[in-house]
Design a protein around this ligand. Structure first.
Ligand code: 13P
Ligand code: SF4
Length: 366
């Protein structure tokens, strides 16, 4: 079930403050809190926010960072809700995780409602018995991670999906993959699994929209979920950029559709994209299919050595990531300075326990 979030309105003294004042006050609050505070920032955060982060990275790197700072009493997560939940699960009991805006959710994570997941799982295991292991993408609710942990499965991120799938297929013949069909399909295909051994489970259709024979013949059952940001990229955009920029290389996030990933020169997690571009020879031109804030930042920071452009001029911004802005960050930090915790993300023990097992499995596999 999607998490119910309540975001209080911010005081006018913050919403009306000019940008430079906000930046100064955030820096002051950070200084006052010192090592009691760590700020984690996902690559999709806007520049005015990411500049204050102690760690920048993809979901995997930030999950490791959350687990690596036990001295920090407060973890302020500049990202989305499922990331803050994972940080809470992986951090020590004395640490408190704060999400500056509770409306920063993820539409993909919301596509896998836990009741539908349980119903789907029961229907499939009635057909094929228990020769099935669940794997969930990090971009899922803590309840889904707990479901996976209770059934022997693991979490994966876009940077370790292949390793987790390899591990899962050693244990069982079939894998059920939540909630992003594209990450599952793109990764499995590159591992040599043919498309006809992958089936999409649609939670809104009877029996997932699949015959029992189709379920029996599958190696990978893909939950019908997707990212509304990456779904906007099309194969035609790849052709267009290649025509416009001779010699351009195309790199996309694995949340892009199969036909887009197939046309790309490379795929990678956000951290992977950054590294591949940084490590490419000077002068390489790149068209990048991922969230626009990250692409524009790379374009600016690597301008001396590389040409980086967005895969398309469509405004591919993640609206929920964008909700974290300097006013919300400042509001959360100044509350901590005053001894108040606002927007704490705290996963109940009965969910955090099994979810942690699924996350720890991922961290031990990769
Ligand atoms: P990364 O793990 O690649 O940072 O992806 C997170 C995400 O939300 C992409 O849409
Ligand atoms: Fe979720 Fe897509 Fe935004 Fe990532 S980019 S947080 S998957 S909506």
């Amino acid at each position: 079930m999607a998490v119910t979030m309540l975001q209080l309105p911010l005081p006018e003294a913050i919403t009306r403050a000019p940008a430079d004042e906000l930046a100064e006050r955030i820096t002051d609050a950070k200084r006052t809190l010192g090592t009691r505070l760590v700020i984690l920032g996902h690559h999709y955060q806007r520049d005015e926010v990411i500049r204050h982060a102690d760690f920048r990275g993809d979901s995997f790197k930030l999950a490791q960072a959350a687990a690596s700072r036990p001295e920090s009493e407060f973890i302020v997560f500049c990202g989305v809700h499922f990331m803050a939940e994972s940080a809470d699960i992986l951090s020590a009991p004395h640490q408190k995780v704060v999400l500056p805006d509770m409306n920063a959710g993820c539409t993909m994570a919301d596509m896998a409602d836990i009741t539908q997941v349980e119903d789907g799982w029961d229907a499939i295991t009635r057909v094929i018995g228990d020769d099935l292991l669940p794997v969930t993408y990090m971009n899922s609710t803590a309840s889904l991670k707990a479901f996976v942990g209770e059934r022997g499965g693991a979490v994966c991120t876009s940077s370790n999906c292949r390793a987790v799938l390899e591990w899962a297929w050693k244990a069982k013949r079939r894998v059920m993959f939540f909630p992003d069909q594209h990450l599952g399909r793109n990764t499995a295909y590159r591992m040599g699994v043919p498309l006809d051994q992958m089936q999409v489970w649609d939670p809104y259709e009877d029996n997932g929209g699949l015959s029992d024979d189709a379920i029996r013949g599958s190696r990978l059952l893909l939950w019908k979920g997707h990212c509304s940001v990456h779904n906007r990229f099309t194969p035609e955009m790849v052709d267009q950029r290649r025509a416009q920029i001779p010699g351009v290389k195309v790199i996309v996030h694995p949340e892009c559709r199969f036909e887009v990933a197939q046309k790309a020169d490379a795929i990678g997690s956000t951290e992977g994209i950054l590294k591949i571009i940084q490590d490419s020879p000077a002068g390489t031109k790149w068209a990048v299919g991922t969230e626009l804030n990250m692409v524009l930042r790379m374009a600016r920071e690597l301008a001396a050595t590389h040409q980086v452009v967005a895969l398309d001029d469509c405004f591919c911004v993640c609206g929920t990531m964008f909700r974290i802005d300097p006013p919300h960050l400042l509001w959360a930090l100044e509350a901590l300075v005053e001894g108040r915790i606002v927007n704490r993300v705290s996963v109940p023990d009965r969910i955090a326990g099994p979810a942690r097992i699924a996350l720890d499995r991922m961290l031990s596999i990769t």
